[in-house]
Design a protein around this ligand. Structure first.
Ligand code: GTQ
Length: 387
């Protein structure tokens, strides 16, 4: 793991000044100086589970977001051997899910990788199957390696291979396993557990029969909804998540390459696409969305920042991202995170091949709650504070 010691304001430069205390001395900001009488008064309030707003006002109403999360990069090469180590150490049945979590140093108490998002690397040995459960938190998967992975989501069996993306929306029964007889599967889980727990809205149930009885057709969501056209004359899908549960790598990458032929792309993200609910055109789940983006050979994007947290996985090629002034080099399998409102920009370090980043985020929450904000870096790119 690499992470900066400290990220002042996640900006690398001028914003720190905007948060300096002298700025809080002005009229309109809390600026009460402690006195013996006031301290006694605060103690008196505390006895009644009460407090004086002005002692915390500047902290709870910051000028701009002050995430506890720091930018972090986890190298797949570092984690892979540790993930493999867990295989003989814990039985799948005992662990429930055999997962090495990626924990942000600023978010340990929530088991979050960034903001209110959780991610982890799950390993399943050949022939293993995990029991079925459901929870109010939503989950998604991005497969790192192994060809035998399957998941059953609400009775539908879906097979997933390397770099495929799949979802387990909230409250759907799900279980998974690895039907290969040689190699383990390692996939990355992304969940909104910290969000749902912060909202005190999580529930968890074990399947009464421990395993679901999958329907007769494997990949039925893909067969029904994965072809750019919608089934006609059937009851319209009205659940708040996508009826398509899986997005295989090949057609997704192909879609990106096709878009790259049609457009320049975004100055901040390169050629970028969102995995979508085919019925609504919106995000795949109500709380989390996922993107796939392509950086052309040698391309360097401009910096921007926005509310909402993002966890990236390098899916192809190699590159570098500058996040809050810190430089992170990545290659396939590496995971890195961008906290809310942190400046970030990406570059493809290869002059001959494109590079692809998979990512998931909490943007649907930002949008649906009216909290989305975005701005371009005034200088285009950030000064780098670390090599
Ligand atoms: O597969 O349902 O990494 O419930 C953490 C919690 C995976 C899962 C995780 C979970 C799951």
């Amino acid at each position: 793991m690499t992470s900066p010691e400290r990220t002042p304001g996640h900006d690398g430069h001028d914003d720190q000044d905007r948060y300096d205390s002298h700025d809080d001395d002005r009229i309109g900001r809390a600026r009460v100086t402690d006195s013996p009488e006031l301290l006694a008064y605060y103690e008196e309030l505390a006895k009644y589970q009460a407090g004086a707003l002005w002692t915390v006002a500047n902290e709870i109403e910051p000028w701009y977001p002050q995430p506890r999360s720091v930018p972090v990069l986890w190298r797949y090469a570092d984690l892979r051997p540790l993930v493999h180590k867990a295989l003989p150490l814990v039985k799948a049945d005992d662990a429930g899910r055999r997962v090495v979590m990626l924990v942000n140093p600023g978010r340990r108490e929530l088991s979050a990788a960034v903001g209110l998002l959780y991610t982890g690397l799950q390993i399943m040995g050949p022939g293993e199957a995990m029991t079925a459960h459901r929870h109010q938190a939503s989950a998604l998967r991005f497969v790192h390696e192994g060809t035998g992975a399957w998941t059953v989501v609400d009775g539908q069996k879906l097979k997933v291979g390397p770099r495929d993306f799949a979802i387990t929306p909230n409250n759907t029964w799900h279980e998974h396993g690895n039907e290969a007889d040689d190699a383990p599967v390692i996939w990355q889980d992304g969940l909104d557990i910290p969000l749902v727990n912060t909202l005190d809205a999580n529930f968890y149930e074990v399947h009464p029969e421990l395993y679901q009885r999958p329907g007769p057709v494997t990949d039925s969501s893909l067969l029904s909804y994965g072809g750019n056209l919608l089934p006609y004359g059937v009851e319209k899908w009205t659940r708040p998540y996508s009826p398509l549960f899986g997005w295989p790598w090949e057609p997704s990458y192909h879609a990106l390459c096709r878009l790259a032929r049609a457009t320049e792309g975004s100055p901040f993200d390169g050629v970028v696409m969102e995995y979508t609910n085919p019925v609504t055109g919106g995000p795949v789940m109500p709380t989390m969305s996922a993107h796939l983006q392509l950086l052309r050979p040698g391309q360097a994007t401009r910096a921007h920042r926005h509310t909402g947290s993002v966890a990236y996985t390098a899916a192809k090629g190699r590159g570098v991202s500058v996040i809050a002034g810190h430089r992170f080099e990545w290659q396939r399998g590496d995971v890195f995170v961008v906290p809310s409102w942190a400046w970030h920009e990406h570059a493809n370090l290869d002059q001959g091949e494109d590079a692809c980043l998979f990512s998931f985020n909490d943007f649907p929450v930002m949008h649906s709650l009216g909290l989305h904000r975005e701005e371009a870096h005034p200088d285009g790119q950030q000064p780098t504070t670390t090599a």
